[in-house]
Design a protein around this ligand. Structure first.
Ligand code: URP
Ligand code: ZN
Ligand code: ZN
Length: 459
């Protein structure tokens, strides 16, 4: 069935105008004023509402074996949550263990996504690099994966050696694949964790001191050095602080091709949440950690000036009871992660646009367009134009509501944003011309989501 969205205020990364949008089949076929409805069309009145391109979350964990447990969501729950919150495409980190074969891991992660209700792709994690891995990575890129992921953290788990990092970036440069990277100096984290525990400092409030901003900046510096020497394009995931941003900025001035992601928890929460009593702080343990509130104005300024390209989630859901509490008595054992795939867009709109920190175009750019451009999806995704996929979010700026774990689609027993007010939400969400969510409810079809194949973007 066709969909005609009438009189909405269409916002892209560059434009802001009122028009009608006709979607036929899976794509946008016409944008004009006063389009007559085809006989089979569902007509949506979007007067007084925004029409945004479907939002893209470029950093998500759904299937994640990690720290002795598994992230709680499945594609059924996570994609529903994504859609209700306006995210129509997600990029999941495929995170094999060092002993896993890349192709087998890629097949496993793909198999987990078959019931997805939104579109998706993967960043291929590289946790070992040898000649066999190299051949498998070439094959995975041929199958439509145009980005790798490396961890410079998590000693003994996902982290790669310097030689492996060099070889991964060299291969990425050859293939035109961008390398996303978790940047923290894992040896420093290890040493600081041991020191704090030896001093009897065991609660979640010690997570941040075990991974201070300089440790993150040191990880970023390390990545920048390797990117400079190999010419690879790199993307720093979940960047949390000014020192890390300055390190990227300095590298860019030397000619390094580097981009920056931050995530919604760093823009809205801070380390005082992880200091909450009775172990409640564990809900707010992620890595890099939530920072001193002083970092937030800098992060917002960097989004505004587009030094930060993307605002993602790093969605990584672990229950408070039964998972986070594995670290009661030892903060290094608290599974790291904060769930937010459902709330990213509304929080960025409320705390960014409504508070005057970013404008509507920057909002769309950071939450959709830049991810599409960097990861080989543009202009199929990330904008509203004729020929693009009909992934659209009709957004109601008059909506007022509160976030609550009880109401959420995410399969996790708490919300890091419990009781927070939101000033707007998607009233209609389409994925390739099919209505998948309305007014905070999933109304679509599981399995409608497709794996998106992506082309390497630079040589
Ligand atoms: O704390 C985090 N970030 N958990 C998920 C894994 C990762 O490092 O992205
Ligand atoms: Zn990470
Ligand atoms: Zn992550």
């Amino acid at each position: 069935m066709a969909i005609l969205i009438k009189n909405g205020r269409i916002i892209t990364a560059n434009d802001d105008y009122v028009a009608d949008i006709l979607c036929e089949g899976e794509v946008v076929t016409r944008i004009d004023t006063a389009i007559d409805a085809p006989t089979d069309a569902e007509v949506i009145d979007a007067a007084g509402k925004y029409v945004f391109p479907g939002f893209i979350d470029p950093h998500v964990h759904i299937y994640l074996p990690f720290m002795g447990t598994y992230a709680k969501d499945t594609y059924e729950t996570a994609s529903r949550a994504a859609l209700v919150g306006g995210t129509t495409t997600l990029l999941e980190m495929c995170c094999p263990d060092r002993t896993d074969e890349p192709i087998e891991a890629f097949e496993l992660w793909k198999s987990k996504a078959e019931k997805s209700a939104c579109d998706y792709s993967f960043h291929m994690g590289v946790s070992r690099f040898d000649s066999s891995c190299q051949a498998q990575l070439r094959e995975i890129v041929k199958q439509g994966i145009a980005s790798f992921k490396v961890f410079l953290a998590y000693k003994g788990a996902f982290g790669v050696t310097d030689e492996e990092l060099f070889n991964t970036l060299t291969l990425a440069k050859e293939l035109g694949v961008i390398v996303t990277a978790h940047c923290e100096n894992e040896s420093l984290v290890d040493a600081l964790q041991k020191q704090l525990l030896a001093e009897g400092k065991k609660g979640p409030e010690w997570h941040e001191p075990s991974r201070p901003t300089r440790v993150e900046a040191e990880g970023v510096h390390h990545l920048m050095t390797f990117a400079e020497l190999t010419g690879a394009h790199v993307y720093c995931v979940h960047t949390s602080c000014q020192q890390a941003l300055e390190t990227v900025q300095a590298a860019r001035l030397r000619g390094v091709r580097a981009w920056v992601e931050t995530v919604i928890p760093y823009l809205t929460l801070d380390k005082t949440y992880a200091e909450r009593p009775d172990f409640e702080g564990a809900k707010y343990v992620m890595s890099p950690p939530l920072r001193d509130p002083i970092e937030q104005p800098t992060l917002w300024a960097a989004v505004r000036s587009r030094l930060i390209s993307t605002v993602a989630t790093d969605h990584a859901p672990f229950d408070f009871v039964g998972q986070k509490d594995m670290g009661a008595g030892d903060f290094t054992k608290i599974p790291n992660g904060i769930p937010s795939i459902e709330d990213r867009v509304n929080l960025l709109y409320t705390h960014g646009v409504c508070r005057g920190r970013i404008d509507l175009n920057t909002f769309v750019d950071a939450a959709s367009t830049q991810a599409a451009k960097l990861f080989g999806l543009y202009p199929r995704k990330g904008t509203v134009q004729v020929g693009s996929d009909a992934d659209l979010v009709v957004y109601d700026p008059a909506y007022r509501g509160k976030i609550s774990a009880e109401m959420q689609q995410m399969n996790v027993d708490y919300s890091a944003f419990e009781g927070w007010e939101i000033e707007g939400r998607p009233s209609l969400v389409t994925v390739r011309g099919k209505i998948q969510a309305r007014e905070g409810q999933f109304v679509g079809e599981l399995g409608h989501g497709q794996m998106l194949t992506r082309e390497p973007s630079h040589f």
